[in-house]
Structure formats: C-alpha cells, structure tokens
Design a protein around this ligand. Structure first.
Ligand SMILES: [Zn+2]
Length: 388
C-alpha cells in the first residue's frame, strides 16, 4: 500500500536564458486558449508537488499494473499527464509566461528516481541544452542551500545532493528548503506588496515557516531556520517524525489533521469520509481539504482546532518578530477562512495587543503554486548572484 504521507514534496524548476522557445512546442493541441500558445516562455517549471493527483490518474489509467511501480508508466504516458496538468494550470501561470507541469516520484536519486524524470522532461520539451543555466529543486526538511546538502531527504550519499543531481542531470543544480522557496515565491510574485518583514507559515503535511527580515530571506547559519513545527508545544506523548515528542506539528499540521480525523471517525464520529477510510488506498490530505470545503462538520472542527493551536504559537512569533505581514500558506491554507479565522482569533487573544496591531494576517495568493514559483525565482536569483 502506498503511504502518501511519506512522499516528500519537491518542486523543480529549470531556468532558461532569455525567451528560448515557444509554448506551442511544449503544450498540447487541445488547450483552449491558442492565442496564448504563441507567447514565448522564459521558464520551464516542473512541480513535484501534491502526489495525490498523479496517483489518482495512474490508478484510473493503470489499475492492474500500478503495483510494479508507476514511474515506468509515467514515462510512457507522460504527455498524457502533462497535457492534463498543463491545461489545469495554464490560466494561472501563462500571465507570467511560465509553464507549469506536475510530476511526481518517491525516490529522487535512485536508479529509477526523479532525476531521470527530470531528464526525460528536459528532452521532451526540446530546450536547447546549452541554454539551461540553472535548475533549482525544493526539498523539505533541513537543507543548506549554500553547501547543497539535504539532511532530511534524499541523503543517500556523502556528497551534497546538489552535486549528485548536477552530475546526473548534466546541469547546474541548486537546492533549497521547500518552505523557504514558497516564501520567496510569495514575496516575489504573490501577495506581498512592498512589505519587508514577513513570516510565511507553510501548513502542509508538516509545518514550517519562512522568515523575511528587512526584505531579505533569513536562512540562519546553516540554512536550518524556520523549523516552527518542531518547537515543543504539547505534553501529548505523540512522537513526531523528527524523533521528539510533543512538537507543534503533532497537533497543528496536515499530518495532525489526517491522524485526528481517522481517530475520531474510528471512535464513532461521522463524516462524509467515514466510508472512505475503509477502502484499501489510504485517505489523502487533499481529500480531507475537499471535505472541509464541502462543509463536512467533523473535518471543519478539526481544522478549526488546528487553527487555534497554530494561532497561539503564531502569536508568539508576532511578539518576537513584529512582522508587517503573516502569510498562511501550504495545503491547509486551501481551507480559507476555516483555518485563518481561528488563527486570527488566537493571535488577538495571545499576542501583545500593541504588537499585533502591526501585523496583517492573510492567506497565500499563489496557494499550491508558491513552491514552484519560488523555485523558479530562486533558480534565477542564484544564477544572477553567481552562486554557482
Ligand atoms: Zn518534531
């Protein structure tokens, strides 16, 4: 059985020099807005974001073969998937001259891993190889963007992940933490309108923050800043995936929402997902978010409780940082007011009144595209900085 919860979220971006090739070469024939296909793109982006969409597509299309590994089918049928995915994202992204493509994989550097998917993608889109200047990949967990080491995910070799991928892909690769990339994406292309002191809260399967101080991303000494999810907040005996117990993330995150919902349904509470949890394939976070937005009362209650707990700790962040803007992003932000209202209420209750008057709390404008836009922007800025 595939465990969605363990699949890392990755965003991947290729930065091309200038405006290199036409969208019509890479987009499917059946897109509605042919006029826009004539536009020239500057960036090609590949998003290793939500796993749920791909798994559903695969299970719909390859019911009898999925067990032998889906990457194979992914390669052979990739254009089918890319078509669907590009069409879905076109309206949002073409305004920025970007193409978004969703890809997915469990294993990033193994012999059948995501690097190979990336390579296939590069071949498929027919980019002049000499003109790909930088690829930025967002990885969750502890990542040092300067040294290129990923410590929490894909940490299979002694060498930095960025070096391994650079070698396998044949292009310069930089990596960064996924939340930091989302923060940067939101800062560059999202809801930020000149604010310079910002906290971006990424409430997805895990919980992390991105910090912008005086207009600059704050990384900390080794790139490990923003591990908001692992502050000790509860005396709850729940072991966090970091190995400690009682972390904020154990009760205020997508994983907490998932776990709590299953527990409460098993205890006899009802939800539109009550029947769903008995099926063989595991319930996904996306399904729970959809249930919230269909006004499922149990799911809403749990999201509200998460919002309260999160808001209490965000109040602490506001006291410390005095930010001008607090952006709620990540998967749970897709529940809109269901999560932001309890956060705002808790912030009012628990932060210093004079301090919180300075802070506007808002939701991510880029939503589930924040990571990919951030990867794109980071790839570009790393290139211009001469970091490589
Ligand atoms: Zn933890």
């Amino acid at each position: 059985m595939i465990d969605n919860s363990q699949t890392p979220k990755i965003s991947f971006c290729i930065t091309c020099k200038n405006r290199l090739y036409q969208i019509k070469k890479t987009l499917p024939q059946n897109l509605e807005d042919n006029r826009r296909l004539q536009e020239i793109v500057e960036f090609v982006l590949v998003d290793f974001g939500s796993t749920d969409g791909l798994r559903k597509w695969i299970s719909d299309n390859f019911k009898h073969e999925i067990r032998s590994g889906y990457l194979k089918y992914f390669y052979t049928e990739e254009m089918v998937y890319w078509h669907a995915s590009i069409a879905k994202n076109t309206a949002h992204m073409l305004a920025q001259n970007d193409i978004l493509v969703n890809l997915d994989c469990d294993n990033y550097t193994g012999s059948n891993g995501g690097w190979f998917v990336i390579l296939q993608f590069i071949k498929k889109v027919d980019i002049d190889n000499d003109k790909i200047l930088n690829i930025n990949i967002n990885v969750s967990g502890r990542v040092n963007p300067e040294s290129g080491y990923s410590f929490s995910q894909f940490n299979f070799e002694e060498r930095p992940l960025a070096d391994v991928l650079s070698e396998r892909l044949g292009y310069t690769v930089t990596i960064d933490n996924d939340t930091r990339a989302m923060t940067y994406g939101e800062y560059m292309q999202g809801c930020v309108k000149g604010e310079k002191d910002i906290i971006f809260v990424n409430v997805s399967w895990g919980l992390g923050i991105g910090i912008i101080i005086d207009g600059k991303i704050y990384k900390g000494k080794s790139g490990f800043s923003g591990e908001f999810g692992h502050i000790s907040a509860f005396d709850n005996e729940i072991i966090c995936h970091c190995g400690k117990k009682g972390c904020l993330e154990t009760e205020a995150s997508g994983s907490a929402l998932h776990r709590t919902l299953l527990e409460r349904i098993k205890k006899g509470e009802n939800s539109i997902l009550s029947e769903r949890i008995n099926m063989e394939n595991p319930l996904t976070l996306d399904e729970i978010i959809a249930a919230v937005n269909k006004e499922d009362v149990l799911c809403i209650e749990i999201v509200e409780e998460i919002g309260q707990k999160l808001g209490k700790q965000i109040a602490g962040l506001i006291n410390i940082f005095n930010p001008e803007l607090v952006i709620i992003g990540g998967t749970l932000s897709l529940t809109g007011d269901y999560i932001t209202q309890p956060i705002k209420t808790a912030v009012r209750k628990y932060s210093l009144n004079l301090v919180n008057k300075d802070s506007v709390i808002t939701t991510s404008k880029l939503k589930d595209k924040a990571g990919i836009v951030g990867a794109c922007m980071l790839a570009r800025s790393r290139m211009f900085e001469g970091a490589n």
